[in-house]
Design a protein around this ligand. Sequence first.
Ligand code: NAD
Length: 328
Amino acid sequence: MNKEEAKSRIDELRRELEQYNYEYHTLDQPSVSDYEYDKKTRELIDLEEEHPDFVTPDSPSQRVGGAPLDAFQKVQHEIPMLSLGNAFDEQELRDFDRRVREGVDGEDVDYVCELKIDGLAISLKYEDGLLVRGATRGDGQTGEDITQNLKTIKSIPLRIEQQEPIEVRGEAFMPHRSFLAMNEKREANGEEPFANPRNAAAGSLRQLDPKIAAKRNLDIFLYGVGQWEAGELESHSERLEYMKSLGFKTNPEWKKCNDIEEVIDYVTKWTEERPNLNYEIDGIVIKVDSLEQQETLGFTAKSPRWATAFKFPAEEAITKLTDIELSV
Ligand code: NAD
């Protein structure tokens, strides 16, 4: 591909991806599969890497999520809510591990593997022990204030035993059972069913009337922190334990791994066992455990260098979803 052709393909991919982002993040109604979206994003990133002079700050490759809806009050994230880099196969996981170890001068690295919940990223802020704000990720800098809707999720504590201000982050999602029941009801009422549990969760939490979210039986797993004034811990795994001790719902399946081989075993196990879960996951998130090493590795404009998301292959998603529908 010559330079002119590359430029024209880059422009075409950007137009398409902008449209897909709008449908997915703003309307909660995707028109293409995540696999197709991820493939085009990868093609764009590869072309931009080959032709760095064509990279612009507004390229979809440089941006997180979608613009917040005007209907909600806007929330500025003091610490941006970023996206994650992706790995699509074992080799890309090994490349991630190599980059990480090079980044910490060859030190040993422990990883924490977590299920990648397919829902909506949200932030919960507590002051004087009380939940004062719940927000969406939005474009990473600016989210939507959806406190009233998030309060309808029963597993979110409204009060915690911790007076210093803290912000925890996680994924709100719709369990399969709630999703199937809701779509059945919608179809019976002649309404369009939701495409998948992720869009159903996002659509439910971005309703102006909290009574609608209350009826949707949503749930949440918390997996990270934003602002944190509650004393320093040394590792991500300690943070997960601490969040759990405060009463936050963390996912029980996370595992600390001593090296990339153990990470690959975890990924293989969950690629097979994914259909047994009663909620949707679209991959595995791998995070460097040591907070000191995380700090050394830092961030790109869009994602931390100390974490990546392994994405399950597309065919898996289709077979497994069918299995689930048949087994319910
Ligand atoms: P991402 O889904 O690749 O990964 C980042 C997100 O993972 C985080 O923001 C968080 O919300 C989530 N997450 C779930 N479990 C987590 C855990 N345990 N720890 C940390 N994070 C966890 O990136 P993204 O920026 O949210 O969205 C991009 C993805 O969305 C695409 O790769 C594609 O799959 C999908 N998408 C699809 C379309 C479409 O039209 N089909 C359009 C836009 C985006």
